[in-house]
Design a protein around this ligand. Structure first.
Ligand SMILES: Nc1nc2c(ncn2[C@@H]2O[C@H](COP(=O)(O)OP(=O)(O)OP(=O)(O)O)[C@@H](O)[C@H]2O)c(=O)[nH]1
Ligand SMILES: [Mg+2]
Length: 389
C-alpha cells in the first residue's frame, strides 16, 4: 500500500488547524487504497498552533508534527516537511495544503487517482474547467490572479500548465529528489518556492496533471500575501526564462555564429592593410572559423568539451564542416539559378528601396540551410554526445 502525507505549514493557525484536521481525516476514508497521514510544520507560532496539534494527536495516530524553532517562510516549511515525510515517514507522495481551508480537501482522492494513473505531480488548478476563484474578489485581484498566470504562460511560451502559482499540489518522491538535487545554487524563498519548484519539475520532463478546484478565501486568521509576492514572482519568472534561453544550445550556436561574422569582418579590416587582398580574405575566414571552434568548445558544447589531444584533428574536421556548408550554399544557388532564375523580383525593402529578387533570396535560404548543416555536423561529427550521458 502506498503512503501519502498531507503537509500543512502553519503560522498562527490554531483555529484553522482545529477544523481542518478532522475534515481531512474524513476525506481519507474516500481513498482506501492509500495509507494517508498529515504532517503539520509549525514555525513555533506565537498563538501556539503546535499545542492544538499535540492535542489532536491523542485522537489521530496518523497526525505528525514538526516544529521549526525559527520562522522560515512557506518554502522553508515545505522543504523541512518534505524531507521529513519522504525520509522518515515513508511517503511515496506528499501534498502541499494550506491550513486555512482555501484548498477543497474533498479533491484529494482526485489527485491520488491521477497519481495512480502514472502522473508524477498533480496541481490543484483554479483556471481549468471546473475550477475557480472567489466571486467576491475585487476586479484588480481577479485580474492579477488570472493575468499573472497568463503572463507566466507567455513568458515561458508554455501553455500546458494553467495554474502556476497555486499552493495545492501532490508531489511524488522522484520529483522531489530530482528538484532538490538541482536546487543547490538557488535558494527558493517563500515567494518563489511554488513557481520555482514547478518550473524545475516541468523542465525535467515529469508528467504533470491538473485537477480543478474552487479556491475559497480564508475566514479566520491572517493572510501573508502582499504586493511583494507579486513583484518577486514576476521578476523571478523573467530571470528563469532568460536563464533558460541563455542555456539553450541552439541560441548559443547562433550567437557564436554571429560573433564569427563580426570577427571575420574585423580581421579583414586589419589584414588587408598588411597582405594582398585575396590572402587577407582567406586568413580572415580562417580566424573566424578558429574563433567559432574555440567558442563552441568553451560555451555551446561546454558539456561535451574536447580533450586537448583531440583538438587539432577535430579542428580539421570543423574546417571540413564549414567548407561543406559553403558547398551546400553553392549547390543551392546553382540549382536555384538553373530552375528559377536569379532575376525574379520578390519585394522591395522599404526605406532603403532595395529590391529583393530570387538571386538575393538564394543567399538567405543558403545561409539558413548552411547553418542547419553546421549545427548537424557539430553535433554529429565534432561534439558527439557520449553514450553514458
Ligand atoms: N510554517 C510556516 N507556515 C507558513 C508561513 N507562512 C505561511 N504559512 C502557512 O502557509 C499556508 C498559506 O499561507 P496563507 O497566509 O494562507 O497564504 P496565501 O494562501 O497565499 O494567502 P491567502 O490567500 O490570504 O490565504 C497557511 O497554512 C499558513 O499558515 C511560515 O513562514 N511558516
Ligand atoms: Mg491561504
Amino acid at each position: 500500500m502506498k503512503t501519502g502525507i498531507v503537509i500543512i505549514p502553519t503560522y498562527n493557525e490554531r483555529e484553522n488547524i482545529q477544523k481542518v484536521v478532522p475534515i481531512l481525516e474524513d476525506v481519507f476514508k474516500n481513498a482506501p487504497q492509500w495509507k494517508l497521514g498529515i504532517l503539520v510544520v509549525d514555525d513555533t507560532s506565537p498563538d501556539k498552533t503546535y499545542d492544538v496539534v499535540k492535542d489532536l494527536q491523542k485522537k489521530y495516530k496518523n497526525l505528525h508534527l514538526f516544529i521549526n524553532k525559527k520562522k522560515s517562510g512557506l518554502g522553508g516549511a515545505y522543504l523541512k516537511g518534505m524531507d521529513e515525510a519522504f525520509n522518515n515517514l515513508d511517503a511515496d507522495v506528499v501534498f502541499e495544503f494550506d491550513a486555512d481551508l482555501s484548498h477543497d480537501p474533498t479533491k484529494i482522492p482526485d489527485f491520488l487517482k491521477k497519481i495512480d494513473e502514472g502522473y508524477d505531480m498533480v496541481l490543484g488548478s483554479r483556471y481549468i474547467s471546473g475550477g475557480g476563484i472567489p466571486d467576491d474578489w475585487g476586479w484588480h485581484r481577479k485580474l492579477l490572479s488570472v493575468w499573472g498566470n497568463l503572463f507566466i504562460n507567455l513568458v515561458l511560451a508554455d501553455f500546458r500548465i494553467r495554474d502556476w502559482t497555486g499552493g495545492y499540489r501532490a508531489i511524488t518522491k522522484p520529483v522531489y529528489e530530482a528538484v532538490i538535487g538541482d536546487m543547490s545554487s538557488e535558494r527558493f524563498t517563500g515567494y518563489t518556492f511554488q513557481i520555482g519548484f514547478l518550473h524545475k519539475a516541468v523542465s525535467k520532463g515529469f508528467k504533470i496533471a491538473e485537477v480543478p478546484f474552487h479556491f475559497v478565501d480564508r475566514t479566520v486568521g491572517e493572510s501573508k500575501m502582499g504586493m511583494d509576492y507579486i513583484k518577486n514572482s514576476l521578476i523571478f519568472i523573467l530571470k528563469v526564462r532568460l536563464k533558460d534561453i541563455m542555456s539553450n544550445r541552439l541560441f548559443k550556436f547562433v550567437i557564436v555564429g554571429g560573433m564569427g561574422a563580426a570577427v571575420q569582418f574585423v580581421a579583414l579590416a586589419i589584414f588587408r592593410h598588411l597582405l594582398p587582398y585575396q590572402l587577407a580574405f582567406f586568413l580572415a575566414i580562417e580566424v573566424a572559423v578558429l574563433s567559432n571552434f574555440l567558442l563552441s568548445n568553451l560555451w555551446t558544447f561546454a558539456d561535451r568539451k574536447l580533450e586537448a589531444s583531440k583538438m587539432p584533428a577535430q579542428f580539421v574536421k570543423f574546417n571540413l564542416a564549414s567548407a561543406g556548408s559553403i558547398l551546400i550554399q553553392q549547390v543551392l544557388a546553382l540549382a536555384g539559378a538553373h530552375f528559377i532564375g536569379t532575376n525574379v523580383p520578390l519585394f522591395t525593402l522599404p526605406i532603403i528601396n532595395l529590391v529583393i529578387d530570387t538571386g538575393m533570396m538564394f543567399a538567405v535560404v543558403g545561409i539558413l540551410v548552411g547553418m542547419l548543416w553546421n549545427y548537424f555536423a557539430y553535433n554529429t561529427f565534432i561534439w558527439r554526445k557520449t553514450k553514458s550521458k
